[in-house]
Design a protein around this ligand. Structure first.
Ligand code: ADP
Ligand code: ASP
Ligand code: MG
Length: 467
């Protein structure tokens, strides 16, 4: 079971989460994975950046704010002062580490990816200690476990990839004995360590991924991701008011939604469980009686084809083109070798049939270095006007229409674009993967809400229960 930031956001949320764990422990046994309390990771990263800029007071302010937040929760979660004192000692150790890390950063005015991982992981280390204590408070044995002891990754700080076999060996060796004693291990989400023991993180929102990695490593019957909404919804409820819970959805569909920006799941969440076909549930920790969404290998077929919509903002459209590129057979190859060399993740590609324009989308964080590298790669061609332009547009967003059974359902693209035309939403580019599981299109950023609401209505996603 994984509990996200809002599900451990304050003392009453932690108490509710602890209840859910205690009950599961009594029934089947349960390993818990927890996020940092909500807002903590953002604050840690901001503090790290301030320290990098030379602000030597930033670390102290950060540590003080975290101490207050966790102390408040501790005070109302544990009745006995001696228990509180024991946890406080643990929290203080982590906080002291935070202070040293930020001081070092401020002194050097340098924030290495490794240091940023060490700082941004502090939130999970604080919350795991609190949550385990809250479970013990219910009379159920529980122990906070650092994921650095379990989850082995490569060395790519800020987005590390797990090594599943090693992770399995370590997790079984460390967690199995706890489960056999009826103890609930509360593992820090988001975190791993290299084979040398250096701490890494799995990327923002990575606790979902931690949960499925450990679920696969422990041969779990199921993985339950407890969050603050009733499951995977037909659209982001913050943008589409009548979005509904999807009762059953396939790995493919859920992965597609996650990849195209549905924040409810980290994009890589389903990778570890596909092989063993372990079902993943998304449920609401604030309303645990509701069933939520079940993600299964096959999902369930529905008539209309479209199951959900999603959007990614913070993306940039880059286009490489000009009439001259028709005669340059290697432009496509060179363009994407360049994006690969700078490790930019390409989210969507579209090429016009006259071949005089290749456009693709990367996240805005990757855009600057991608364009720099492209300008270098094509410097000669630009000088000789074989390539006329490399242009950049950041005021755009991708909207994706997702559903497994869109394959063989004609008219979905037509219906989508008709509806958007009616609402004057201008389509900048379109891509449909050959899987037909997804039609994605690029629009102006400011049209995202209109596009989602219109398409949601057009496919009747709010009107009937899907699944
Ligand atoms: P957690 O802290 O539990 O990991 P997140 O904030 O990362 O939670 O993800 C849950 C949020 O994802 C929801 O509150 C919701 O606003 C957002 N979201 C975006 N798209 C969807 C969707 N299709 N279904 C459900 N939630 C979505
Ligand atoms: N706390 C981390 C983050 O905010 C990981 C997570 O919550 O999944 O990105
Ligand atoms: Mg999340």
């Amino acid at each position: 079971m994984k509990f996200g930031g809002t599900s451990v956001g304050d003392a009453s949320c932690i108490a509710r989460a602890a209840q859910i764990m205690a009950q599961a422990a009594g029934e089947n046994g349960c390993v818990a994975v927890v996020s940092a309390m909500s807002g903590v990771t953002d604050r840690l990263i901001e503090g790290a950046r301030q320290a990098e800029a030379g602000d030597s007071a930033a670390g102290e302010a950060l540590v003080e704010a975290l101490r207050r937040q966790h102390e408040t929760a501790l005070a109302s979660l544990l009745r006995r002062e001696e228990d509180r004192a024991r946890i406080r000692l643990k929290l203080e150790k982590v906080l002291a580490e935070g202070r040293r890390l930020t001081e070092g950063t401020a002194l050097l005015r340098e924030l290495t990816p490794r240091a940023l991982d060490a700082i941004s992981s502090l939130g999970e280390r604080l919350s795991a200690a609190l949550v385990a204590a809250a479970v013990r408070e219910l009379g159920v044995p529980s122990e906070a476990v650092e994921a650095t002891e379990l989850l082995v990754t490569d060395t790519l700080h800020g987005g590390a990839e797990p090594q599943l076999e090693r992770t399995r060996d370590k997790s079984q060796a460390r967690l199995r004995p706890l489960l056999e004693k009826g103890t609930v291990p509360v593992v820090t989400g988001f975190i791993g360590a290299t084979t040398e023991g250096q701490l890494t993180t799995l990327g923002r929102g990575g606790s979902d991924y931690s949960a499925t990695i450990l679920g696969a490593a422990m041969d779990a019957d199921e993985v339950i991701i407890w969050t603050d909404v009733d499951g995977v919804l037909t659209a982001d409820p913050r943008l589409v008011a009548d979005a509904r819970t999807i009762p059953v959805i396939s790995y493919r569909e859920a992965a597609e939604l996650a990849y195209f920006g549905a924040k409810v799941l980290h994009p890589k969440t389903l990778n570890p469980v596909v092989q063993a076909a372990i079902p993943v549930w998304i449920r609401n920790s604030f309303a645990p009686e509701r069933p939520g969404t079940k993600i299964t290998p096959e999902g369930r077929s529905i008539g209309g084809g479209v199951k959900a919509l999603t959007a990614i903002r913070d993306v940039t459209l880059i286009s490489v083109g000009g009439p001259g590129i028709v005669g340059l057979p290697d432009v496509v190859g060179r363009t994407f070798s360049t994006t690969a060399a700078v490790r930019a993740n390409v989210l969507l590609i579209s090429q016009s049939s006259s071949q005089n324009d290749i456009c693709f989308i990367v996240s805005t964080a990757d855009a600057h270095r991608t364009v720099e590298a492209l300008r270098k790669e094509f410097a000669q061609d630009l000088a000789h006007q074989k390539v006329e332009h490399i242009t950049v547009d950041s005021n755009i967003a991708i909207v994706a229409v997702v559903g497994e059974n869109m394959r063989g359902t004609p008219g979905i693209a037509g219906k989508t674009f008709n509806a958007l035309g009616r609402e004057n939403v201008n389509i900048i580019a379109i891509a449909q993967g050959s899987s037909e599981c997804n039609i994605s299109f690029v629009i102006e950023e400011k049209a995202v809400k209109t596009a989602l609401v219109t398409t949601h209505k057009e496919f009747g996603l709010g009107a009937v229960t899907n699944g």
